[in-house]
Design a protein around this ligand. Structure first.
Ligand code: M6R
Length: 366
């Protein structure tokens, strides 16, 4: 059933190129300047009736929601709030019939997400679910469903569900932006083509998994890891950090790189492992100086950057490169590296990778 793999997690990481393709195939066509969003009616008229968008989810799905906020705000210029489901409900959220509430859940059964969905529905909001499971409670209770065609995800740590959730978020953002006329056809094509390239790029990245394994074999003994990033890279850092702590039991944190010097830098000492994501052109220089700050305090800095960025080699101790791609979609191509780092570190530490302690695949208590 594991298809020759030692763990479901690795199998599912490697299934990502196919999952990404499946999620896009019927929705982003080469020769069409539009997104075909299944049966979802979300045209100009419906959108004009919406003045607020919320994205509500837990864990990894929440991290996909943060990228969704970025994409919708950047492309469609509508303010979006992304909230952890267990917080959303208790904040007396300002939700009404003019709100669109997007719930994201791989399983479609997470108790907090479901409770948030029900609250929003009761207040008259329109509910759009992004889920992986046909017939799940979330899929049945939402007004519309956009499926992530990731296929069954067995490992507790979410991998291919996350990257396909990202694709759904980008497609949704592009769709809304096209309907509202906030992006040009050229921009649409640029992002569409970049998304279409991701399966092949992820495939390329996965070919280098043995370099990542080597890195893990040298670093698995660490007891604390910091993931740094700015902008989109910060959201990817959050997901990378969650993956690592979830399956390797190593303490780790994700930090917005610019916030470090407001307190957390006190924790950096000789040998502290830092994974710095530096893929965003407009923030690149700033990130390099944050890397220098931690390096000066003795940290071991591993950077992830886009091919062609050579200066990063002078600052970091090690660099993993991703193939060049439009900055807006890098979360899809960086995360496989972070998933593999978490995976191989966990394997080296001998943890129960597919069923980490204290966790369940779907959290059905609030
Ligand atoms: O099934 P859901 O997407 O609603 O699950 C949400 C979280 O419980 C889930 O993403 C969790 O954070 C993963 N184990 C992370 O790898």
């Amino acid at each position: 059933e594991k298809g020759g793999y030692r763990h479901f997690m690795l199998k599912e990481i490697e299934e990502q190129p196919k999952a990404l393709k499946d999620t896009m195939t019927s929705r982003l066509l080469e020769d069409q300047d539009q997104v075909i969003l299944d049966q979802i009616k979300l045209g100009k008229k419906e959108l004009q009736n919406i003045n607020r968008i919320f994205i509500v989810a837990c864990g990894t799905a929440y991290h996909a929601g943060l990228v969704g906020k970025y994409a919708i705000e950047r492309f469609a210029r509508i303010p979006v709030e992304t909230e952890v489901a267990s917080e959303f409900r208790y904040k007396k959220p300002i939700v009404d019939e003019h709100s669109l509430v997007i719930v994201v859940s791989q399983s479609g059964e997470t108790a907090d997400t479901l409770a948030a969905l029900r609250l929003a529905k009761e207040k008259g909001a329109r509910i759009l679910a992004i889920t992986n499971v046909i017939g799940s409670t979330v899929s049945r209770e939402a007004d519309n469903v956009l499926y992530t065609w990731a296929g069954p995800e067995i490992a507790v740590a979410s991998t291919k569900a996350y990257t396909t959730q990202l694709i759904c978020m980008y497609m949704l953002a592009l769709h809304i932006a096209l309907e509202l006329g906030t992006i040009s056809v050229e921009f649409f094509r640029e992002i569409r083509d970049a998304l279409k390239q991701t399966p092949q790029m992820v495939e390329e990245i996965l070919k280098h998994k043995h370099d990542i394994q080597k890195f893990a074999d040298h670093n698995f003994n660490t007891n604390s890891v910091f993931f740094l990033g700015r902008g989109l890279d910060y959201y990817t850092a959050m997901e990378g950090s969650l993956k690592l702590k979830e399956i390797s039991y190593i303490h780790s944190e994700a930090y917005a790189a610019g916030e470090l010097k407001h307190g957390t830098i006190a924790l950096i000492e000789k040998g502290t492992l830092i994974i710095a994501l530096a893929t965003q052109q407009e923030l690149y220089e700033k990130l390099l100086s944050n890397m220098k700050e931690v390096k000066a305090r003795g940290a071991h800095v591993v950077a992830i950057a886009q091919e062609g960025h050579e200066e990063v080699k002078k600052v970091a101790d090690e660099v993993f490169y991703i193939p060049r791609i439009n900055d807006h979609v890098t979360p899809v191509t960086i995360i496989p590296i972070l998933q593999l780092i978490a995976y191989y570190i966990a394997v080296a530490r001998g943890t129960d990778v597919d069923k980490p302690r204290n966790l369940a695949k779907s959290v059905t208590v609030e």
